[in-house]
Design a binder for this molecule. Structure first.
Ligand code: SAM
Ligand code: SF4
Length: 317
């Protein structure tokens, strides 16, 4: 698929649930979420049908997200079905990692290619506060289980938060010295409760770890990677900087998103949502194709908050 700006769109982020077993302060409101009725959320069959249509149209990389994708009942069956889609080159998932101790091996067996695990701090008390009750040990055990299951190319995602984890940037980055992981720092985007939290530019990571040197463009990402990659001599892994707030990003955007209730989002930060539920076959494919042609050229986060009608747990990041 080619959009109106000439960008190749071959990456779908599919949200499989809005529910989560954590309540991260930058993602969910303090009062908790207003749960959608069960019937409003796509069934596993509908999710598979939506993904299959996008793959037929040229999507080559599919990421499952949420909410927390691993709390979705039937997730292993969905992974197995999606992994079998002809034409799909990479099936990945973004998870908070807390259920990986039990699920890493079955996910691998079901055909998942790669995992991104979100981890913003290595301090158990800070983790509990940031996630409103999460146990850091579960994530660390999850990372070990993922490695043992054969997920060799693990990526860690850390959101940069002023006054929260800014003293830990060096410790987080240096996980990539000992482990063959890619530790990615993501600038906090002003969406939902995150808009009220302090911003920290990704350049602060380079100040905290001066031995880092920029690497070649990211491999394995289609349509131009979004992370700038760094490493230091002798390190087993890499450090990635993801800078959505400086808009060099949008020109290489290859993504579309589908929410758990079946709405197509062309840009994380645009208000437009295209309902896909109930459409099938040619009607579904034509609706997606026509929408992709209108994908916005860029977001305006540098001058205004996100225009999205939904916040992160409702989109999937
Ligand atoms: N529950 C899963 C997880 O936490 O990995 C998947 C969904 S979560 C919404 C996807 C990613 O979005 C996580 O890595 C999270 O840290 C990131 N995220 C959430 N809110 C954000 C914000 N305002 N700015 C930047 N990243 C954000
Ligand atoms: Fe849940 Fe992920 Fe949002 Fe945290 S960032 S509340 S783990 S969906």
């Amino acid at each position: 698929m080619i959009d109106g700006c000439g960008r190749t769109i071959d990456y779908l982020r599919l949200s499989v649930t809005e529910l989560c077993n954590l309540r991260c302060v930058y993602c969910m409101p303090p009062e908790g979420i207003c749960k959608r009725r069960h019937a409003e959320i796509c069934s596993l069959e509908e999710l598979e049908e939506l993904a299959a249509a996008c793959v037929e149209l040229g999507v080559r990389k599919l990421r499952l997200t949420g909410g927390e994708p691993l709390v979705r009942k039937g997730i292993l069956t969905l992974v197995e079905r999606l992994a079998a889609l002809p034409g799909l080159e990479e099936l990945t998932m973004t998870t908070n990692g807390t259920l990986l101790p039990e699920l890493a091996a079955p996910l691998r067996a079901a055909g998942l290619d790669r995992l991104n695990v979100s981890l913003d701090t290595l301090d158990p008390a800070r983790y509990r506060a940031l996630t409103r009750g999460g146990e850091l040990d579960r994530v660390l055990a999850g990372l070990a289980a993922a490695e043992a299951a054969g997920f060799s190319d693990l990526r860690l995602n850390a959101v940069l938060l002023r006054g929260v984890n800014e003293g830990e940037l060096g410790a987080l980055a240096r996980l990539a010295r000992e482990h063959p992981w890619s530790v990615r720092f993501i600038e906090r985007m002003p969406i939902g409760p995150a808009a009220g939290l302090g911003f920290l530019p990704a350049s602060r990571v380079l100040e905290a770890v001066p031995e880092l040197r920029e690497q070649e463009a990211e491999r394995g990402e289609r349509g131009g990677g979004v992370a700038r990659l760094y490493a230091a001599p002798g390190w087993a892994g890499t450090v990635g900087l993801i800078t959505p707030m400086s808009c060099d990003f949008c020109g290489a955007c290859s993504r579309i998103r589908i929410t758990a209730d079946g709405k197509l989002k062309l840009c994380l930060h645009s208000p437009e949502e295209i309902p896909l539920r109930g459409l099938r076959g040619a009607a579904l494919r034509e609706t997606v194709l026509a929408a992709v042609r209108r994908k916005p050229a860029r977001h305006r986060l540098e001058s205004a908050p996100s225009q999205s009608k939904r916040i992160m747990y409702e989109i999937g990041g």
